[in-house]
Design a protein around this ligand. Structure first.
Ligand code: FES
Ligand code: FES
Length: 154
């Protein structure tokens, strides 16, 4: 039995301890906003927050995630400044990479609320976008940063 806290809900699951957290989230909890792509920790499509830190859920086992606070894209508030900036700036193209991009951007802005272009490029480099939306991602992060400064919260 594995017990997980995901988006402030507790789940008790009869699953293999070494099952990747990504499969637990998608197949057992049915939260399909978190995406599978490379499966080897290289693309960032599966990014979730573990205790507030952005991490690739394909690289964490269910056992390792036990006792920690897991947040997926579904657990992000509707009025989160990053979510709002992504919508307003129409960042996604196909959209596949963007739940991971958003989760990475949220934890990044919590650490660095006024990033430079260079900071953004370095931090976001682990999240691949095959559609090449990098300029829009950068713009939306700046715009989320401005929203946070005006009183929103990441
Ligand atoms: S699917 Fe996890 S990093 Fe690519
Ligand atoms: S929008 Fe298509 S992979 Fe990023």
């Amino acid at each position: 039995m594995i017990s997980l806290n995901i988006n402030d809900k507790n789940y008790h699951l009869e699953i293999e301890e070494d099952m990747p957290l990504l499969w637990v989230i998608r197949e057992h909890i049915q939260l399909t906003g978190t995406k599978f792509s490379c499966g080897i920790g290289e693309c960032g499509a599966c990014t979730v927050h573990i205790d507030g830190e952005a991490m690739p859920s394909c690289q964490i086992t269910a056992k390792e995630a036990e006792g920690r606070k897991i947040t997926t894209i579904e657990g992000l508030a509707d009025n989160n400044p990053v979510r709002l900036a992504w919508i307003e700036d129409e960042v996604p193209q196909c959209g596949y990479c963007h739940s991971g991009q958003i989760m990475r951007a949220v934890s990044f802005l919590a650490e660095n609320p006024k990033p430079t272009d260079e900071d953004i490029d370095v931090e976001m480099s682990g999240n691949t976008c095959r559609c090449g939306t990098y300029q829009r991602i950068r713009r939306a992060i700046h715009s989320a940063s401005e929203k946070m400064e005006k009183g929103g919260k990441s």
